[in-house]
Design a protein around this ligand. Sequence first.
Ligand code: TMP
Ligand code: MG
Ligand code: ZN
Length: 198
Amino acid sequence: MPYLQPRGGWIELICGSMFSGKTEELIRRVRRAEIARQRVQVFKPKIDDRYSATEVASHNGLHCVAEVIESAREILNKLRPDTTVVAVDEAQFLDWTIADVARVLADRGLRVIITGLDLDFRGEPFGPMPLLLAEAELVDKLHAICVVCGAPASRTQRLINGQPAHYNDPVILVGASEVYEARCRNCHQVPGRPAFGV
Ligand code: TMP
Ligand code: MG
Ligand code: ZN
């Protein structure tokens, strides 16, 4: 990561739609740090047990060992004294305290790498991600390819029995390509979405 602050800590945020390669990029950065013999701890929220309860896994099959947390504060409790890099996957599922935890770690001089969905299936900001986007020094917004038209995809379409999910459906539904596909703004459909937030 070309960030010129070798002695201080900082926060890197990797966001974007599903299938945009967020976890792949997280794992790539974690591996690079490990090769440099840095002490890395990887965390993931308990909610996402799609592939494994003890690993972070990308859609293309990459994985690395992770500690499961139920709340953001647990990162501080589980932190080892010699850790210099903290990575967190799927931060959209964590409570808003994750932004405070990330700040505390960066203030202490740690490198913090966080991934998460910036938008939920409705196209609205997902959980604490807006706070993290504001707090981070570095933000990468990755794109997938829209399965409908081939344009860069910034959104995630939820499909229930092949039909676009309704705006009032519950926000959390763990899954992969059986329920979700990447789409561009133009092809993204959310029946029932109000034009203005209420
Ligand atoms: P991914 O970003 O690594 O592909 O994983 C996103 C996870 O979030 C996946 O388990 C599906 C879930 N999800 C929701 O719970 N609600 C949503 O609105 C969206 C888009 C995804
Ligand atoms: Mg992922
Ligand atoms: Zn499209």
